[in-house]
Design a protein around this ligand. Structure first.
Ligand SMILES: Cc1cc2nc3c(=O)[nH]c(=O)nc-3n(C[C@H](O)[C@H](O)[C@H](O)COP(=O)(O)OP(=O)(O)OC[C@H]3O[C@@H](n4cnc5c(N)ncnc54)[C@H](O)[C@@H]3O)c2cc1C
Length: 245
C-alpha cells in the first residue's frame, strides 16, 4: 500500500470531521486518502438524535459507515491504520503509519480529536493543552504550517457530531480554495439552472435533467432501504475505563 506517488490530500482520522473533509476534496478531483484507526468517539454514542436529517435519530455506527461509504463513493481511498508520524518535506508531507506504510501528500488534514503525537516532528504546529490536546487554527482550519489543516474536535470545535462534520466540510472547501482550484460551489442543480440564464456552469456545479434526477433518487432509495433494513450489527462501545476485563 505504501506509495511514492504523492497524494493530493491525506486525511488522518476517519471520524465525522475527516470523512466530511475527504468527501469534499475527493468530489472535486483531489486524490484523497483517509487513514483511520477506527476509534471514532462517536462509536460510544447510544442513539444519535441531533444530527440533521434523522428526525427519529440514527445509530451512530450506521452513520459512520454511511459517511465512509459516501467518501469512498466520492473517490476517496480509505485504509485502516494508525499514523505515527507526519514530516514536513520540501514538496509537502510524508505520513507514516504503525504498519510501516508511508504516504506522500501535498496537503494533510489532521482530524484525530485529541491525538496530536504524530505531529511532533512538524515545526510550527501550535498545540493547545487543556488537559486534552487541541491544535490552534484560523477560522478555516489552517494551522501555522502551509498545507497542514486541523478539522473537527481537534480544531477546538464544540463536541457535537454535526459541528465537527460541518467543520470537516469547511476544511475540505478551504483546501480547494487554497489550491487555487477553479471552484464555486459543490452543487447539483436542475438542468438549465445556470445555463438557461446565460451563465457558464460554475466549476464544482453540475446540472442534471429530470431523468437523471429520478435515477439518482431511485438509487438513493435503494441504498438507504438496504442500509436501514436491519439494526446495525456493531455493538455500542463504551469508555475504556468501563470495559470489563
Ligand atoms: C458517549 C458519547 C456520546 C455522544 N453523543 C453525541 C450526540 O448524541 N450528539 C453529538 O452531536 N455528539 C455526540 N458525541 C460527540 C461526538 O461523538 C464528537 O463530537 C465527534 O465524533 C467528533 O468528531 P471528530 O471527527 O472530530 O472526532 P472522532 O469522531 O473521534 O474521529 C477521530 C478519528 O481519528 C482516528 N484517529 C485518532 N488518532 C489517529 C491516528 N494517529 N491515526 C489514524 N487515525 C487516528 C480515530 O480512530 C477516529 O476515527 C458523543 C460522544 C460520546 C463520547
Amino acid at each position: 500500500m505504501s506509495s511514492t506517488v504523492p497524494r493530493d490530500v491525506v486525511v488522518v482520522g476517519g471520524g465525522v470531521a475527516g470523512l466530511s473533509a475527504a468527501t469534499f476534496t475527493a468530489r472535486h478531483g483531489l486524490d484523497t486518502l483517509v487513514v483511520d484507526s477506527g476509534e471514532s468517539i462517536l462509536r460510544r454514542n447510544a442513539h444519535l438524535e441531533n444530527f440533521p436529517g434523522f428526525p427519529a435519530g440514527v445509530n451512530a455506527r450506521q452513520l459512520l459507515d454511511l459517511l465512509e461509504e459516501q467518501a469512498t463513493e466520492a473517490g476517496a481511498e480509505h485504509v485502516t491504520g494508525t499514523v505515527e508520524r507526519v514530516t514536513d518535506t520540501e514538496d509537502g508531507f510524508t505520513v507514516e503509519t504503525d504498519a510501516g506504510e508511508r504516504y506522500r501528500s501535498q496537503y494533510v488534514v489532521a482530524a484525530t480529536k485529541n491525538e496530536v503525537g504524530y505531529l511532533d516532528d512538524v515545526d510550527g504546529v501550535d498545540v493547545i493543552d487543556r488537559g486534552k490536546a487541541f491544535v490552534d487554527t484560523d477560522e478555516r482550519g489552517r494551522t501555522g504550517v502551509d498545507g497542514l489543516y486541523a478539522a473537527g474536535r481537534l480544531a477546538e470545535k464544540p463536541h457535537q457530531a454535526v459541528v465537527c462534520a460541518g467543520h470537516g466540510a469547511e476544511v475540505g472547501v478551504t483546501i480547494l480554495e487554497d489550491d487555487d482550484r477553479p471552484f464555486y460551489h459543490d452543487w447539483v442543480a436542475p438542468d438549465g439552472y445556470f445555463t438557461d440564464r446565460g451563465r457558464d456552469l460554475p466549476p464544482g456545479c453540475e446540472e442534471v435533467d429530470d431523468r437523471e434526477r429520478a435515477d439518482r433518487e431511485q438509487q438513493s432509495l435503494d441504498v438507504m432501504r438496504e442500509r436501514f433494513a436491519e439494526p446495525h450489527p456493531d455493538a455500542q462501545e463504551t469508555h475504556p475505563s468501563l470495559e470489563e476485563d
